[in-house]
Ligand binder design. Sequence first.
Ligand SMILES: O=C(O)CCC(=O)C(=O)O
Ligand SMILES: [Fe+2]
Length: 288
Amino acid sequence: MLKIEPMGTAGGPRVGCAISGVDVRKLDAAGFAPIYQAFLDYGVIAVRGQELTIEDFLAYSRRFGFVVPHPSKSTRHPEHPELTVLGIDKFGPDGKLRPAVYLRGAENFHTDGAYDPVPFKATQLYSVAVPSRGGDTHFASMYAAWDVLPERLKTLLAGKRGAYRYGGRRQKQELLNPEDRDRAPVFHPLAPVHAESGRTSLYFDPGKILFIEGMEAAQSEDVIAELSERMIVENARYNHHWQVGDAVIWDNRCMVHKAAGDYPPEEDRIHWRVSILDREVPEEKLRA
Ligand SMILES: O=C(O)CCC(=O)C(=O)O
Ligand SMILES: [Fe+2]
């Protein structure tokens, strides 16, 4: 029997739930409906105890939208370009730990694909190997972040857009092939209305934003610093502790996340990962 267990802070907003009693390979439309609704309601859902092949994982992921290849070509699966494998090739030829792999996604809370003209609707990870300790993924609700912003900031941000680029102001582009670096920035509203829930959220990524359109440079820097401070609301968080066979998908339009980046580096922590769009976008229009 399908069981949906809220995982967020008691009394806080709905953020994160664990789902059990389901085999995602065998869902008809009626079986999938409560899972999709939980994805919308909780922002991140962890479906436990799955035994998936790559094909199964891709098929289940396609139920949420259009699965597209990630811009980091070097980490794509050779036979399945839509699949990124996280946590492999962690040690370089010299035997040294590669921080770009070990600490991928761990630097700060972020939203995936803000550097693309059409950012991802969702990202899904499937856990293949887990370390003996640490290695959680942390989530926080950007609906909650927007709700508690001071009116002064809400007024300032209404109708404004952020400019984003892969690697942001620090230009960290190690995982990109040379031809994919230094693309033009793209612009996204800072206070979008969610297409399905109708709710306003904060849309902000401190590691990818360059500036806020239509603001003096100094003010733009100040607002970026203030949003970086305010974006995580303590009672609107969920930390996922991984078990092998977890399929975790988050709504990238209203959630931010980060890897804890704290597990023993000599141990394996491996995920299959897909990026999902809300509409079909021709390959040449995927990236700016
Ligand atoms: O490895 C993780 O926990 C999350 C990494 C990440 O940021 C991502 O997959 O988008
Ligand atoms: Fe990420």
